[in-house]
Design a protein around this ligand. Structure first.
Ligand SMILES: [Zn+2]
Length: 182
């Protein structure tokens, strides 16, 4: 028996960065961009707001890029404050590294399992697909998907009844499969 699960984002993650105004460490993307053209060079930022005091911080999207090297569609999306672009940029490892930010995905995703399961007898192979790069603890994901406790999932892994080609003890953010033996 095989199943397909999907990890789906339900809202934007929180951006973790220290606020200079109030020392909070949580920002929410505002959905707005600022674009600054200086001769042929373009800078663009995604604006985020402190969840406590509302202070604005700027996340660099483009840094002194020659206008001719930028896809015209990207400029349109920036000028239109495109919500899809915000979501895409927050999943881009280059953007996260450049701005030295991490994300908090708690309460910003759900697991679609395609309905309840009859866990009787046969082994179950589950393919997990990530609709966005959301780091999730594999143990937590599997527990949620089957309605097990995390301790139960950990016991199944130790007993060798829950196996995968990836390490199930840490966080994963890319597609993987695992098998629950019976
Ligand atoms: Zn603040």
């Amino acid at each position: 028996m095989s199943k397909n699960w999907v990890v789906v984002p339900t809202c934007l993650p929180i951006v973790l960065r220290r606020c200079h105004a109030c020392a909070s460490e949580r920002f929410r993307a505002s959905g707005k961009f600022r674009v600054n053209a200086n001769h042929k060079l373009i800078d663009a930022w995604l604006l985020a707001l402190c969840t406590v005091c509302g202070e604005t911080t700027k996340l660099t999207v483009l840094e002194r890029m020659n206008v001719r090297s930028i896809r015209p569609e990207l400029l349109d999306l920036l000028h239109d404050n495109d919500p899809g672009l915000t979501a895409e940029l927050l999943q881009d490892p280059v953007v996260l590294r450049r701005n030295r930010i991490a994300l908090d995905w708690d309460n910003a995703w759900r697991l679609d399992t395609g309905g309840s399961d009859h866990l009787e007898g046969e082994a179950i192979e589950v393919s997990v697909r990530f609709a966005a790069r959301i780091p999730v603890r594999a143990v937590r994901l599997i527990a949620e998907g089957f309605g097990f406790s995390r301790a139960e999932v950990e016991r199944l892994i130790i007993e060798g009844n829950l196996v995968s080609t990836v390490r199930l003890s840490g966080k994963l953010s890319g597609d993987f499969t695992f098998t629950l033996k019976r």
